[in-house]
Each structure stands twice: as C-alpha cells, then as structure tokens.
Write a protein that binds this ligand. Structure first.
Ligand code: NAD
Ligand code: WQD
Length: 340
C-alpha cells in the first residue's frame, strides 16, 4: 500500500481527501498542527472509513520538526500539501504570518524529502487568475497580480514548484487550482469548521439557517452579471478530494512530465442569489437575507474550463449544487448538536 503524507489532513479539504485516499487503497499519514482544525476529526475519519490513519501533530513551518518527520516517515511515495493559512482578509492585515506559514512550510517539506522520487500535489487556487479576461478560464490564462498576500503565496508556491521540477529534481508535481469548495461528506461526520464568523458564502448561509447568525448579506447586486450578484464555480469537497487521488494516479504513470496544473471545478458558474435560492429549494429552509454593499476585492465572475482535467486527469465533478447545499446543511445540523 502506497503511503501518502497529507499535510493539513485534519482540515476541511484534507479530511475529505484522506477519506478518498483510504477508499482508493492508499495509506494516508496525516500531519497537522491543529491551528485550524480539531483532533476529533481523526475519530470522525475513523468512523467513516473503519481505519485510523497515523497522525503527527507538527508545525510544518518549523524546519527541525519537518526534518524529524522525514526521518520518522522515510518510505512515503507521495505528499498532498494542504497545510496553509487561508483567510484572505487576515492575510492583508498580517502578511508576514501568511508568507511565513505558507512559504516556509512548503520549502521545509520539499527540503526534508529532497532527492526522493515523490509525487507532490499542491493546493493552489483559482485566485491566481484574478478577474480573467476570458471565461471559462483555462490553465493557460495569464495569472494576474494577486489581490492579497494569501493569493500571492499560491502564485509564489506554484513558481517554486515549477523551478524545482525544471532543475531536474526527483519530484513530480501537480498543482490543483480549486475553484470554490463547498459541501460536506454524505455521512455528515466531517465538513468545514470555520472559526468565528465565517467569511465564505456557504458556511454563512448554513449558520444563518440554523440561527447562529441573524441574517446573511449579499455583497452587491449591481455587478455586470444576469442577476447583478457575483458568480463563482462551486465544487463539492468530495469531488475535490477525488481529484487528488486522480492527480496521484496521473503522476504514477511513467510518461508523466515533471509538472502540470489543473483547474478543479464544475465548469459552471452560479451567482450568490442562485446559491441562496438553491439552498432554500433543496432544504426547504427560508433564509433571512438582505442586499448589501459590494465587498472590497471581490472578483465579479469566474468559472473554470475543466476540459484539461477531464482529458488528462480523467476526473470530472459529479455532484451538483443540490448535493452541495443538502450536505452542507446536514453537516451544519450535525455540528450544532455535536460540537467538535
Ligand atoms: P483548512 O484551514 O480547513 O485546512 C488547513 C489545515 O492545515 C488545517 O487543519 C490547519 O490546522 C493545518 N495547518 C495550517 N498551517 C499548518 C502548519 N504550519 N503545520 C501543520 N498544519 C498546518 O483549509 P482548507 O479549506 O482545507 O484548505 C486546504 C488548502 O487548500 C489550503 O492550502 C488552502 O489555501 C487551499 N485552498 C482552499 C480553498 C477554500 O476555499 N477552502 C480554495 C482554494 C485553495
Ligand atoms: C463567494 C461569493 C461573495 C459571503 C475565497 C477566496 C479564494 C478562495 C475561495 C482560497 C462572493 C459572496 C460571501 C457573504 C456574500 N480561497 N458572499 N455574502 O470570495 O470567491 O473566494 O474563497 O484560495 O481565494 O478569496 O469565496 O465564499 O467568500 O464568496 O454575498 O456573507 O459570495 O461576495 O461573490 P470567494 P466566498
């Protein structure tokens, strides 16, 4: 069984990917410093899969801790690197916190396993495209100057990985540019765990529906879109988890060139108002919402061209907006009754 190191493996996307790795016959080894997750997620993964992965509580931005990890786990065949800070607004306030964690952690990890033939999957983001000139956006679109230090860490990381592969290193690398991950596992045992007030749309919707928030504000309805609200490509987190398995499988093929990048979305855009309507329709719960001012820094509209992922990664999103909304709602109800 191939051992795969999953950094940030107790986080939102990491935990769902660990489940998909186990389902696909891999042996995930989880590393997380619990800075944005709960140790109880390990029990939840065990409940879902019947398998308890090995877990190291390690801060990857600490070089020594990562070296010790590489000594303790020398025989891994791949790394899926999720561990990072991700709050866009906070990164504008505290840029060094973001550069330090997101860039040091990546470099420490690459250094610790340098020279080993490893398949490396990196969590990138559609944020590297900024507001694309052409939609749907393809992987060939130019990246735009990052809107935030967080977004810049994704661009810098992609460049570090490109340069590393170009240098002839033993790493193979796939960078996955996620669009907007939402939803939760069908068991409702794992899902997104926002700390404090959620910044993202779907957790804000579910927290409003359950009564943790009084109302949700739609950030602007006067954009150049059919209903005036912003458009995104929402992708179910389970489909996203499966994309990581597909990325490992691709790199395991002998003919894989050293570096590639893929859009991971559905290829379909939905507006904020469409998402609110879908949530109400699918769950039968009415949302208290109001139209408010635009949020500074928001992209107006973005959705991905996912044909390269379909052709080369042989991966396609299977879950639609309905499943995304229902699973997010089931998770919200679970977590409200069973705080982790
Ligand atoms: P998350 O915060 O739920 O998960 C990240 C995990 O990494 C957390 O469990 C956290 O405790 C851990 N971590 C952070 N710094 C660490 C460190 N120094 N050492 C060890 N563990 C550390 O976030 P997520 O939504 O699951 O995102 C995972 C990855 O995907 C991140 O790299 C993020 O930037 C990227 N991404 C997320 C989104 C999104 O909207 N959620 C979109 C695009 C890309
Ligand atoms: C979605 C839409 C908001 C909350 C962010 C990061 C991006 C990526 C994904 C990591 C927007 C609107 C939201 C609310 C609203 N992360 N909204 N009311 O901004 O697309 O992307 O997460 O890489 O880098 O920037 O996601 O969920 O915050 O917003 O109207 O209370 O919902 O304006 O149009 P976003 P989001």
């Amino acid at each position: 069984m191939s051992k795969i190191l999953v950094t940030g493996g107790l986080g939102y996307i990491g935990s769902h990917t660990v489940v998909e790795l186990i389902n696909a016959g891999y042996e995930p080894v989880i590393v997380d410093d619990l800075s944005n997750s709960s140790p109880k997620i390990l029990d939840q993964i065990t409940k879902i899969t019947g398998h308890k992965p090995v877990f190291y509580q390690i801060d990857l931005s600490d070089d020594n801790e990562v070296k010790n990890l590489a000594t303790a786990e020398p025989d891994i065949t791949g790394i899926i690197h999720f561990a990072a800070f991700k709050a866009v607004g906070e990164s504008v306030e505290l840029p060094l916190k973001y550069y330090r964690n997101n860039i040091y952690s990546l470099i420490n990890l690459l250094n610790a396993y340098y020279g080993k033939p490893l398949n490396f999957v990196f969590s990138s983001s559609c944020t590297v495209y900024g507001q694309p000139d052409v939609l749907p956006v393809t992987e060939k679109a130019p990246t735009k100057k990052a809107e935030s230090p967080y977004g810049n860490t994704k661009q810098i990381a992609e460049e570090i990985l490109t340069d590393l592969v170009a240098s002839g290193s033993s790493y193979k690398v796939v960078a996955l540019r996620y669009f907007n991950p939402v939803g939760a596992h069908s068991s409702a045992l794992i899902g997104e765990l926002p700390i404090g007030v959620p910044q993202n749309l779907v957790p804000f919707i579910t927290q409003t529906a359950i009564g943790k928030r009084e109302k949700i504000t739609v950030f602007g309805d006067d954009y150049d879109t059919p209903d005036g609200s912003c458009i995104r490509d929402y992708i179910h987190v389970v489909d996203l988890g499966k994309a990581h398995v597909a990325a490992l499988k691709l790199m395991e093929k002998n003919n894989f060139a050293g570096y590639d990048v893929f859009n991971i979305g559905t290829g379909v855009g939905n507006s904020v108002l469409e998402i609110i309507a879908a949530f109400e329709r699918e769950t039968g719960v009415k949302l208290n919402y109001q139209i408010g001012p635009r949020r500074s820094g928001d992209i107006v509209k973005v959705w991905g061209d996912v044909s390269k992922s379909a052709d080369q990664l042989q991966w396609k999103a299977e879950r639609g907006i309905g499943t995304m909304m229902v699973s997010a709602w089931e998770w919200e109800k679970y977590i409200s009754n069973n705080p982790l």
